[in-house]
Design a protein around this ligand. Sequence first.
Ligand code: UD1
Ligand code: UDP
Length: 383
Amino acid sequence: MVKVLAVFGTRPEAIKMAPLVIELKKRTGIECKVAVTAQHREMLDQVLEIFNIKPDYDLNIMKAGQTLFDITADVLMGFKNILSEFKVDMMLVHGDTSTTFAASLAAYYQKIPIGHVEAGLRTGDKYAPFPEEMNRKLTGALVDLHFAPTKRSKQNLLNEGVNPASVYITGNTVIDALKMMVCEKYKFNVCKLDKIDYNNKRVLLVTAHRRENYGGALQNICHALKDIKLEFENVEIVFPVHKNPAVRNVVYEVLDNINGIHIIEPLDYKQFVNLIKQSYIILTDSGGLQEEAPALGKPVLVMRDVTERPEAVEAGTVRVVGTKKDDIKRHVRELLNNSEVYNRMAKAVNPYGDGYAAKRIADAICYWFGLSKVRPGEFVCHL
Ligand code: UD1
Ligand code: UDP
């Protein structure tokens, strides 16, 4: 039996690793266990519940106001113990969080091979996103197998001198997760959401949480939303707010108790993706949403200065609008007032995957361990 340990700790990692854990548990010849760091607690547990994943190990590291030093040190020390108990043949990590980097470092110290899911995304700016750009890059330097979602992410790795044979273009597992959750007809179990008249109102769905946007940028975002709501009667704004107090304090201060603006708790993944489907425009600084919303034909305005996900920008469904109040308002206004521009953006494109990424990654792992003889085929984007 090949022993594989899937590691994650935050909401987005859990969403994107869930399809892979489910796939690996079906494979003969592989024993897959799950270790969570719980860098996030409630937001992680929401995902574990919806995908019915029960972790074998739980470091339970989250504390209020945790710093990058806390997360990195706690994860590193936590895995020192786990890895001496469960002798793994491969650790699988995801993306760009501090859980990802610190867990990879622990595996490297124990000379355990590592597979990196969602490898190779880059902005080229080491402080944006911070610290994710460097978390992903440093992880890439430690790992043995790189699962690049797109051709471009593979090319980024090759440009850095990574051995081409260790890179697989797989598509992004987020599209697998999305396809598992999106429904034809969906009834929300959050009262405020069920009351919205989706046929006659245009819903702007908002998320924001990036470290670069703490403070002034987040203030700008909130004031832009307030102005938009006051300007457009038939718009409703839904903002499920991240649990981070640095985010919540600003959002509640500026946007609480405004008619037509619904500030709500983080939604479970099933409700959230079905809310994307009912929304008109997505405003976000999140990474995952830049991948999911285009697949559902929803225009995305990215409230950041740079993105490591340029594929949907090139396909025309995502725009990077920055974090200045007037810029955000201008772009939202254009989409609300100009149906031609809106329709050009609102086309379903899927540069990030086809729903088979987890299968390709599992195939690649089997191939690496000699459980299968044929190198798996790659995800091809037909845009
Ligand atoms: C982390 C990741 C970021 C990822 C984001 C997804 C790092 C450095 N950052 O950032 O890459 O995009 O998750 O959301 O790895 N909190 C709770 N309950 C929760 C989750 C968070 O109370 O379920 C609060 C805690 O007070 C915690 C704070 O939020 O200290 C910040 O969490 P943290 O993981 O440090 O940062 P994020 O901004 O969530
Ligand atoms: N998401 C969710 N509930 C919410 C908000 C977001 O399930 O209330 C999902 C969303 O669909 C996406 C992921 O969480 O898959 C994004 O997580 P986040 O924004 O925390 O992190 P990022 O993608 O920026 O790393």
